[in-house]
Design a protein around this ligand. Structure first.
Ligand SMILES: *[C@@H]1O[C@H](CO)[C@@H](O)[C@H](O)[C@H]1NC(C)=O
Length: 335
Protein backbone atom coordinates (compact mmCIF):
# COMPACT_ATOMS: atom_id res chain seq x y z
CA UNK A 1 0.00 0.00 0.00
CA UNK A 2 1.23 3.49 -0.77
CA UNK A 3 1.69 6.07 1.94
CA UNK A 4 -1.34 8.09 2.99
CA UNK A 5 -1.26 11.01 0.53
CA UNK A 6 -3.45 13.25 2.64
CA UNK A 7 -1.96 16.62 3.58
CA UNK A 8 -4.26 17.33 6.48
CA UNK A 9 -6.09 15.35 9.15
CA UNK A 10 -9.87 15.03 9.33
CA UNK A 11 -10.86 18.00 11.44
CA UNK A 12 -14.08 19.17 13.03
CA UNK A 13 -15.40 22.21 11.16
CA UNK A 14 -14.61 24.88 13.75
CA UNK A 15 -10.83 24.25 13.91
CA UNK A 16 -10.78 23.80 10.13
CA UNK A 17 -12.49 27.14 9.61
CA UNK A 18 -10.29 28.98 12.13
CA UNK A 19 -7.06 27.57 10.68
CA UNK A 20 -8.11 28.40 7.13
CA UNK A 21 -9.05 31.93 8.15
CA UNK A 22 -5.77 32.51 10.03
CA UNK A 23 -3.76 31.25 7.04
CA UNK A 24 -5.76 33.53 4.74
CA UNK A 25 -5.25 36.54 7.01
CA UNK A 26 -1.51 35.91 7.33
CA UNK A 27 -1.13 35.66 3.55
CA UNK A 28 -3.24 38.79 3.07
CA UNK A 29 -1.13 40.87 5.46
CA UNK A 30 2.43 39.66 4.84
CA UNK A 31 4.00 41.58 1.99
CA UNK A 32 6.57 40.45 -0.59
CA UNK A 33 8.98 43.09 0.76
CA UNK A 34 8.94 41.31 4.18
CA UNK A 35 6.75 43.76 6.05
CA UNK A 36 3.38 43.16 7.74
CA UNK A 37 0.22 45.18 7.24
CA UNK A 38 -0.39 45.49 10.99
CA UNK A 39 -3.45 47.68 10.69
CA UNK A 40 -5.28 45.13 8.61
CA UNK A 41 -4.19 42.13 10.73
CA UNK A 42 -5.12 43.84 14.00
CA UNK A 43 -8.66 44.41 12.76
CA UNK A 44 -9.17 40.65 13.00
CA UNK A 45 -6.84 39.85 15.91
CA UNK A 46 -9.46 40.10 18.64
CA UNK A 47 -8.01 40.85 22.06
CA UNK A 48 -9.29 39.66 25.43
CA UNK A 49 -9.03 42.09 28.37
CA UNK A 50 -7.41 41.00 31.65
CA UNK A 51 -9.86 40.19 34.44
CA UNK A 52 -8.99 40.50 38.12
CA UNK A 53 -12.25 38.74 38.89
CA UNK A 54 -11.70 35.00 38.24
CA UNK A 55 -13.14 33.89 34.93
CA UNK A 56 -13.54 30.11 34.73
CA UNK A 57 -11.40 29.74 37.86
CA UNK A 58 -8.49 31.91 36.69
CA UNK A 59 -7.74 35.59 37.41
CA UNK A 60 -5.53 37.58 35.03
CA UNK A 61 -3.57 40.82 35.17
CA UNK A 62 -1.17 42.57 32.80
CA UNK A 63 2.22 43.48 34.23
CA UNK A 64 4.54 46.02 32.62
CA UNK A 65 8.22 45.15 32.40
CA UNK A 66 9.61 47.84 30.07
CA UNK A 67 7.11 50.32 28.58
CA UNK A 68 9.77 51.79 26.25
CA UNK A 69 9.57 48.61 24.15
CA UNK A 70 6.03 47.64 25.16
CA UNK A 71 7.32 44.58 27.04
CA UNK A 72 4.70 43.16 29.40
CA UNK A 73 3.21 39.84 30.37
CA UNK A 74 -0.21 38.52 31.23
CA UNK A 75 -0.25 36.70 34.55
CA UNK A 76 -2.75 33.85 35.03
CA UNK A 77 -3.41 32.76 38.59
CA UNK A 78 -5.75 29.85 39.31
CA UNK A 79 -8.13 30.04 42.25
CA UNK A 80 -6.98 27.94 45.19
CA UNK A 81 -10.37 27.37 46.85
CA UNK A 82 -9.04 28.46 50.23
CA UNK A 83 -6.47 25.67 50.57
CA UNK A 84 -3.61 27.37 48.63
CA UNK A 85 -1.06 27.63 51.46
CA UNK A 86 2.68 27.23 50.91
CA UNK A 87 4.76 27.75 47.79
CA UNK A 88 3.37 24.87 45.81
CA UNK A 89 2.41 25.89 42.30
CA UNK A 90 4.89 25.74 39.43
CA UNK A 91 5.39 28.84 37.30
CA UNK A 92 5.28 28.49 33.50
CA UNK A 93 6.77 31.20 31.31
CA UNK A 94 4.78 30.94 28.08
CA UNK A 95 5.56 32.11 24.53
CA UNK A 96 2.64 32.26 22.12
CA UNK A 97 2.86 31.11 18.52
CA UNK A 98 2.29 33.23 15.39
CA UNK A 99 5.33 32.76 13.16
CA UNK A 100 7.39 35.33 15.18
CA UNK A 101 5.42 38.05 13.38
CA UNK A 102 1.82 37.72 14.49
CA UNK A 103 -0.52 37.61 17.50
CA UNK A 104 0.04 38.72 21.10
CA UNK A 105 -0.23 37.59 24.72
CA UNK A 106 -3.76 39.02 24.84
CA UNK A 107 -4.97 37.60 21.53
CA UNK A 108 -8.27 35.87 22.15
CA UNK A 109 -7.13 32.31 21.36
CA UNK A 110 -4.00 32.50 23.52
CA UNK A 111 -5.82 34.12 26.41
CA UNK A 112 -8.24 31.23 26.35
CA UNK A 113 -5.44 28.66 26.01
CA UNK A 114 -3.32 30.05 28.85
CA UNK A 115 -6.37 30.23 31.08
CA UNK A 116 -6.98 26.57 30.33
CA UNK A 117 -3.35 25.71 31.08
CA UNK A 118 -3.42 27.59 34.39
CA UNK A 119 -6.59 25.81 35.46
CA UNK A 120 -5.69 22.30 34.30
CA UNK A 121 -1.98 22.34 35.17
CA UNK A 122 -2.59 24.09 38.50
CA UNK A 123 0.21 26.45 37.53
CA UNK A 124 0.82 30.17 37.44
CA UNK A 125 1.25 31.16 33.79
CA UNK A 126 3.34 34.13 32.69
CA UNK A 127 2.48 34.79 29.04
CA UNK A 128 5.15 37.04 27.51
CA UNK A 129 4.18 39.78 25.09
CA UNK A 130 7.50 39.75 23.22
CA UNK A 131 8.28 42.11 20.34
CA UNK A 132 7.37 40.90 16.88
CA UNK A 133 9.38 40.50 13.69
CA UNK A 134 10.13 41.91 11.16
CA UNK A 135 10.10 45.25 13.03
CA UNK A 136 12.19 43.50 15.70
CA UNK A 137 14.35 40.60 14.60
CA UNK A 138 16.20 37.85 16.43
CA UNK A 139 17.58 38.12 19.15
CA UNK A 140 15.02 40.74 20.40
CA UNK A 141 12.52 38.03 21.34
CA UNK A 142 15.14 36.09 23.28
CA UNK A 143 16.18 39.28 25.11
CA UNK A 144 12.54 40.01 25.97
CA UNK A 145 12.08 36.52 27.41
CA UNK A 146 15.26 36.64 29.49
CA UNK A 147 14.38 40.15 30.72
CA UNK A 148 10.98 38.94 31.90
CA UNK A 149 12.73 36.16 33.85
CA UNK A 150 15.10 38.70 35.41
CA UNK A 151 12.15 40.95 36.26
CA UNK A 152 10.33 38.10 38.01
CA UNK A 153 13.52 37.18 39.84
CA UNK A 154 14.28 40.70 41.05
CA UNK A 155 10.88 42.35 41.55
CA UNK A 156 8.32 41.81 44.26
CA UNK A 157 5.32 41.52 41.96
CA UNK A 158 2.20 42.47 43.85
CA UNK A 159 -0.08 40.16 41.90
CA UNK A 160 2.22 37.13 42.05
CA UNK A 161 0.56 34.87 44.61
CA UNK A 162 2.51 33.46 47.56
CA UNK A 163 1.83 29.94 46.30
CA UNK A 164 3.88 30.54 43.12
CA UNK A 165 7.05 28.47 43.46
CA UNK A 166 9.84 30.18 41.52
CA UNK A 167 12.11 27.18 42.16
CA UNK A 168 9.82 25.21 39.87
CA UNK A 169 9.91 27.37 36.79
CA UNK A 170 9.15 25.92 33.35
CA UNK A 171 9.63 27.56 29.98
CA UNK A 172 7.05 26.66 27.37
CA UNK A 173 5.72 27.76 24.02
CA UNK A 174 3.97 26.63 20.88
CA UNK A 175 5.10 26.92 17.26
CA UNK A 176 7.32 30.05 17.00
CA UNK A 177 6.91 30.26 20.78
CA UNK A 178 8.34 26.73 21.10
CA UNK A 179 11.44 27.91 19.28
CA UNK A 180 11.63 31.00 21.51
CA UNK A 181 11.25 28.84 24.62
CA UNK A 182 14.46 27.05 23.58
CA UNK A 183 16.29 30.33 22.83
CA UNK A 184 15.22 31.86 26.14
CA UNK A 185 16.25 28.73 28.06
CA UNK A 186 19.72 29.02 26.47
CA UNK A 187 19.84 32.71 27.39
CA UNK A 188 18.71 32.00 30.95
CA UNK A 189 21.41 29.38 31.57
CA UNK A 190 24.03 32.15 31.41
CA UNK A 191 22.25 34.19 34.11
CA UNK A 192 22.50 33.90 37.85
CA UNK A 193 19.05 34.07 39.39
CA UNK A 194 18.41 34.63 43.05
CA UNK A 195 14.99 33.07 43.49
CA UNK A 196 14.21 31.45 40.18
CA UNK A 197 15.20 28.01 38.96
CA UNK A 198 14.39 26.61 35.51
CA UNK A 199 13.58 22.93 35.76
CA UNK A 200 11.92 22.12 32.44
CA UNK A 201 11.26 23.16 28.86
CA UNK A 202 8.11 22.35 26.90
CA UNK A 203 8.37 22.86 23.13
CA UNK A 204 4.96 22.31 21.52
CA UNK A 205 5.33 21.83 17.75
CA UNK A 206 8.28 24.26 17.68
CA UNK A 207 8.85 26.23 14.49
CA UNK A 208 12.28 25.03 13.37
CA UNK A 209 13.91 24.68 9.98
CA UNK A 210 17.05 24.69 7.88
CA UNK A 211 18.27 25.11 4.31
CA UNK A 212 17.61 21.45 3.57
CA UNK A 213 14.08 20.43 2.54
CA UNK A 214 13.00 17.47 4.61
CA UNK A 215 10.74 14.63 3.56
CA UNK A 216 7.81 15.84 5.72
CA UNK A 217 8.11 19.43 4.46
CA UNK A 218 7.84 18.20 0.89
CA UNK A 219 5.11 15.62 1.52
CA UNK A 220 2.91 17.99 3.52
CA UNK A 221 3.34 21.09 1.34
CA UNK A 222 -0.41 21.53 1.16
CA UNK A 223 -0.82 21.80 4.92
CA UNK A 224 -3.12 24.63 5.98
CA UNK A 225 -0.83 26.52 8.32
CA UNK A 226 2.81 25.65 7.71
CA UNK A 227 3.60 25.19 4.00
CA UNK A 228 7.16 26.07 3.02
CA UNK A 229 6.29 29.29 1.18
CA UNK A 230 4.91 30.68 4.44
CA UNK A 231 7.62 29.39 6.80
CA UNK A 232 10.35 30.62 4.40
CA UNK A 233 8.81 34.08 4.63
CA UNK A 234 8.70 33.86 8.45
CA UNK A 235 12.41 33.04 8.59
CA UNK A 236 13.22 35.98 6.30
CA UNK A 237 11.26 38.23 8.66
CA UNK A 238 12.70 36.80 11.89
CA UNK A 239 16.41 36.21 11.23
CA UNK A 240 18.96 39.02 11.07
CA UNK A 241 19.17 40.37 7.53
CA UNK A 242 21.53 38.34 5.34
CA UNK A 243 21.16 35.08 7.33
CA UNK A 244 20.03 31.82 5.82
CA UNK A 245 17.95 29.07 7.42
CA UNK A 246 21.01 27.32 8.80
CA UNK A 247 21.22 30.12 11.36
CA UNK A 248 21.38 28.51 14.85
CA UNK A 249 18.02 30.10 15.81
CA UNK A 250 16.39 28.08 13.00
CA UNK A 251 18.51 24.97 12.61
CA UNK A 252 19.25 24.35 16.28
CA UNK A 253 21.41 21.28 15.77
CA UNK A 254 22.62 22.29 12.32
CA UNK A 255 26.01 23.21 10.85
CA UNK A 256 26.26 26.53 12.77
CA UNK A 257 24.80 25.41 16.06
CA UNK A 258 26.36 25.75 19.48
CA UNK A 259 27.35 22.65 21.44
CA UNK A 260 25.05 22.43 24.47
CA UNK A 261 26.45 19.19 25.89
CA UNK A 262 28.39 21.09 28.57
CA UNK A 263 25.42 23.22 29.60
CA UNK A 264 23.05 22.63 32.47
CA UNK A 265 20.10 22.35 30.07
CA UNK A 266 16.78 21.37 31.69
CA UNK A 267 14.66 18.31 30.87
CA UNK A 268 12.71 18.94 27.67
CA UNK A 269 9.41 17.71 26.30
CA UNK A 270 9.02 17.96 22.49
CA UNK A 271 5.53 17.66 21.00
CA UNK A 272 5.12 16.49 17.39
CA UNK A 273 2.08 16.07 15.13
CA UNK A 274 1.95 13.51 12.30
CA UNK A 275 0.44 16.04 9.88
CA UNK A 276 2.83 18.85 10.70
CA UNK A 277 5.34 19.58 7.89
CA UNK A 278 7.82 20.62 10.62
CA UNK A 279 7.87 17.20 12.27
CA UNK A 280 11.22 16.08 10.79
CA UNK A 281 12.93 19.17 12.21
CA UNK A 282 11.23 18.64 15.56
CA UNK A 283 12.42 15.02 15.76
CA UNK A 284 15.94 16.17 14.89
CA UNK A 285 15.68 18.66 17.71
CA UNK A 286 14.74 15.86 20.10
CA UNK A 287 17.58 13.67 18.73
CA UNK A 288 20.01 16.58 19.13
CA UNK A 289 19.06 16.98 22.77
CA UNK A 290 19.53 13.27 23.40
CA UNK A 291 22.89 13.22 21.59
CA UNK A 292 23.98 16.15 23.75
CA UNK A 293 23.25 14.01 26.79
CA UNK A 294 20.08 15.86 27.86
CA UNK A 295 16.91 14.45 29.34
CA UNK A 296 14.26 14.67 26.62
CA UNK A 297 10.83 13.23 25.91
CA UNK A 298 9.19 12.98 22.50
CA UNK A 299 5.39 13.09 22.52
CA UNK A 300 3.78 12.21 19.19
CA UNK A 301 0.19 12.65 18.03
CA UNK A 302 0.02 10.91 14.62
CA UNK A 303 -3.38 12.35 13.66
CA UNK A 304 -2.64 15.98 14.50
CA UNK A 305 -1.65 18.91 12.32
CA UNK A 306 -0.01 22.15 13.35
CA UNK A 307 -1.78 24.13 16.11
CA UNK A 308 -4.10 21.30 17.25
CA UNK A 309 -3.47 22.16 20.93
CA UNK A 310 -5.52 25.38 21.00
CA UNK A 311 -8.68 23.67 19.74
CA UNK A 312 -10.88 22.07 22.38
CA UNK A 313 -12.74 20.25 19.58
CA UNK A 314 -9.61 18.12 19.03
CA UNK A 315 -9.36 15.37 21.68
CA UNK A 316 -5.56 15.26 21.55
CA UNK A 317 -5.48 18.82 22.95
CA UNK A 318 -6.69 17.30 26.25
CA UNK A 319 -4.18 14.45 26.06
CA UNK A 320 -1.41 17.00 25.61
CA UNK A 321 -2.42 18.88 28.76
CA UNK A 322 -2.30 15.56 30.65
CA UNK A 323 1.22 14.94 29.29
CA UNK A 324 2.30 18.43 30.32
CA UNK A 325 0.88 17.82 33.78
CA UNK A 326 2.85 14.57 34.10
CA UNK A 327 6.05 16.20 32.87
CA UNK A 328 5.69 19.16 35.25
CA UNK A 329 4.89 16.83 38.15
CA UNK A 330 7.89 14.63 37.41
CA UNK A 331 10.37 17.47 37.07
CA UNK A 332 9.01 19.22 40.16
CA UNK A 333 9.31 16.02 42.19
CA UNK A 334 13.06 15.83 41.55
CA UNK A 335 13.76 19.36 42.81
C1 LIG B 1 6.68 47.51 1.59
O1 LIG B 1 5.50 47.54 0.83
C2 LIG B 1 4.48 48.40 1.32
C3 LIG B 1 3.22 48.20 0.52
O2 LIG B 1 3.49 47.97 -0.82
C4 LIG B 1 4.97 49.83 1.37
O3 LIG B 1 3.95 50.68 1.88
C5 LIG B 1 6.19 49.89 2.28
O4 LIG B 1 6.71 51.20 2.29
C6 LIG B 1 7.26 48.91 1.80
N1 LIG B 1 8.29 48.88 2.83
C7 LIG B 1 9.58 48.75 2.55
C8 LIG B 1 10.49 48.76 3.72
O5 LIG B 1 10.01 48.61 1.44
Amino acid sequence: MSQNPKASPNLPWIPRLLMTFLAFLVDLTRRPNITVNRRLFNLFDFKAPASKKPNNGVATSDIKVDPSRNLWFRLYTPETHGGGGGACMPVVLYFHGGGFCYLAANSFSFDRYCRRLARELRAVIVSVNYRLAPEHRHPCQREDGVDVLKFIDETNIENLPAYANLKQCFIAGDSAGGNLAHQVTLGAIEKKFRKLKIVGLIAIQPLLGGEERTESEIRLQKSTLMPMHRTDWMWKAFLPQGSNRDHPATNIFGPNSVDISGLNFPATMVVVGGFDPLQDWQRRYYDGLKKSGKEAYLIEYPNCGHSFYVHTQIPESFLLIEEMKNFIGLQSAYQ
